[in-house]
Write a protein of this length. Structure first.
Lengths: 257, 365
């Protein structure tokens, strides 16, 4: 079994004539947390959208869990084990916490009833409480509707959803962009928990402090290309800023810049 | 980690008694209030001679406290449209709208009644016969299946149009509304279809006339359970709440929509059976405007037109409010014009109240 959970080779996406992503070669080990940084329009989200198959790539290869994959949509990617927290969160506002966590993969009973099989509410509530505890999320009442929850609680529910099911890879697209101090800390705790459990993560973030706190490696995108692949322990935030702004480019990527 | 309460995690205080009560209680209170208003008006108006809307205090005459005759009228009035409202509830919860059930009733009564006719009426050949002798005196299950099939076909067509051509539900079901009404007129060139078999007549008149109520209540209980406790129900709420999220969560939204509209159509078929059986005839104009009454019952019952919120319990209460208003006006001997005017006012007030309540609930948490 390969040591890598995800590898992309020459991953490229053009929107019309715009080269949004150009020849991205990216690797992720099975226990590794990697941050993707870069300015707006650098190609970070485009990169994630190709991996999760929200969009179809122009060319290139994606090797997930040792096998080349061609997902037709985000659902297939999820079934293969890639859990994504999108910026939009994708929660149903009028449903409560267990409903949202189990949406689309409910625990059921009396399965002979086909589409009318019954929901095992008790089991789902139990699993939800356990999932929330594991991620140390504080929610006073899980039967409350998402509509009535704070931005931080929503974010935590979305993240708990990805960690309740055993995924092979978690991707978080700016999970703390809209959060306050305490809520950010809570999300960061969840990420640390994932690290302790040895689950790989791709984190997109603009927050330098957060990135240095949480991940092992930083990959910098600029104008659609990967321009640096940095070990967190070997560099300073100032270096990363230099790579992001274009003052410096990693030696192995000199041709790309 | 250990501080888990019964309701949540993190040990945060949660006072269950301070939770907003379910909207159905508000609707129920509104029902009681309306009954009270009609009672009061009945007592105040001099020409009413101490009559009562629902209560019969003259127990010597009737032997009961409740005025069963009037209650029966109220529930019977709403049963037939109420069956449609059960389908509209599901459609509206899923974020759609269905304008076609009234016309589906029209088409279904004509087609199904054609399979329910008797060969001989008072010893003479059936003057309204549609088909030849082969379609006469068929077992009652035949017209029942025909009506359900008509409803499901029309409903599923709605669903396919909405799910796969992505045209708005309003347009798709508007088209079906016009088309199905056309079919009901074309079927017998406008002539009524009459003289059903005796068994067919039982669907709407059996159990001492209570049969429509029994059918309505059984279906309400069935779909209450389905919406609340099954995967179908959960996905219906999820689609109405956030269709994109539902799609991303792996719910086959398109297939589910076809199912919702097909069920709504089927319920229109059931309503058609009860209606034509109760009247022992089918006419092309039957079911006119039923869809709007059904939507009104649904909205009065607290189902949000934006989707995602509402329940069968609410719709049943909404239907009862509807019935109390109609029979209340009759009881006060007011003209039918006022009924319609007040119906409109009540629909709008129900939506305003619901939105006001939602805003307040959002501000409190």
């Amino acid at each position: 079994m390969s040591d890598l959970i995800l590898e992309t080779r020459d991953l490229t996406k053009y929107y019309g004539g715009v080269h949004a992503l150009e020849g991205a070669n990216f690797t992720l080990r099975r226990d590794e947390h990697v941050a993707i940084m870069g300015d707006n329009g650098a190609g970070k989200s485009t990169f994630v959208r190709q991996i999760t198959a929200v969009e179809q790539r122009t060319r290139g290869e994606i090797i997930f869990d040792g096998e080349p994959v061609n997902f037709n949509g985000p659902l297939e990617a999820r079934e293969a084990g890639i859990e994504t927290v999108f910026q939009t969160l994708a929660l149903a506002d009028d449903l409560d916490v267990p409903d949202n966590i189990f949406l689309g993969r409910e625990t059921t009973k009396w399965n002979f009833l086909g589409p009318f099989k019954f929901l095992a509410y008790g089991a789902m509530r139990q699993a939800t409480l356990e999932g929330l505890e594991r991620t140390a999320v504080k929610i006073p009442n899980i039967r409350n509707k998402i509509r009535n929850m704070s931005g931080g609680q929503r974010q935590c529910v979305a993240i708990t959803r990805t960690s309740t099911f055993h995924s092979k890879l978690t991707i978080m697209d700016e999970p703390t962009a809209a959060l306050g101090v305490q809520e950010t800390a809570q999300v960061e705790n969840i990420i640390r928990n994932l690290k302790e459990q040895g689950e790989p993560l791709i984190l997109i973030s603009h927050n330098m402090r957060q990135v240095f706190d949480l991940v092992d490696r930083i990959v910098v995108f600029r104008r659609g290309r990967i321009v640096a692949n940095l070990d967190r322990n070997a560099i300073s935030p100032e270096d990363v800023v230099a790579y992001i702004t274009g003052a410096r480019t990693g030696d192995e990527y000199a041709a790309a810049a | 980690m250990a501080d888990r309460t019964v309701y949540g995690t993190g040990g945060l205080a949660f006072d269950k008694s301070r939770m907003a009560w379910p909207n159905e209680i508000n609707v129920f209170l509104a029902l009681i209030l309306l009954i009270g208003i009609f009672e009061l008006l009945g007592q105040l108006l001099p020409y009413m001679n101490n009559q009562s809307l629902l209560f019969d205090f003259n127990t010597k005459r009737d032997g009961t406290i409740l005025n069963m005759a009037r209650i029966k009228i109220i529930i019977l009035q709403v049963s037939i449209v109420g069956i449609i409202a059960l389908g509209s509830t599901q459609v509206i919860i899923s974020g759609g709208i269905d304008l076609s059930p009234g016309s589906i009733v029209g088409a279904s009564v004509m087609i199904s009644m054609s399979f329910a006719q008797t060969e001989l009426v008072n010893g003479n050949p059936n003057p309204k016969a549609i088909f030849g002798p082969w379609a006469m005196d068929l077992p009652v299950i035949v017209p029942i299946l025909v009506a359900l099939a008509c409803g499901i076909t029309a409903g599923a067509t709605n669903g396919f149009l909405i799910a796969y051509t992505r045209i708005p539900p309003f347009i798709a079901t508007l088209g079906m509304m016009v088309t199905a009404r056309g079919i009901s007129k074309w079927w017998s060139k406008g002539a009524p279809v009459s003289f059903p078999t005796e068994e067919f007549g039982l669907i709407g008149n059996g159990l001492g006339g209570w049969m429509p109520v029994v059918i309505f209540v059984s279906l309400a209980v069935l779909f209450h359970i389905v919406l609340r406790y099954t995967v179908y129900g959960k996905h219906t709420y999820a689609i109405g709440s956030n269709e994109e999220a539902a799609r991303m969560s792996g719910i086959s939204v398109n297939r589910h929509k076809v199912m919702i509209y097909a069920i709504a159509g089927m319920l229109a078929g059931v309503s058609a059976l009860v209606l034509s059986s109760k009247n022992l005839t089918a006419q092309a104009g039957m079911g006119l405007m039923y869809e709007l009454d059904a939507i009104a019952m649904t909205v009065i019952g607290g189902v949000s037109l934006a989707g995602g919120r509402g329940s069968i319990v609410g719709t049943v209460l909404g239907a009862l409010i509807f019935g109390v208003i109609i029979s209340g006006f009759t009881y006060l001997r007011l003209d039918a014009f006022y009924q319609e005017m007040v119906k409109g006012v009540i629909i709008i007030s129900a939506v305003i109240l619901d939105q006001w309540r939602q805003r307040r609930a959002a501000a409190r948490t």
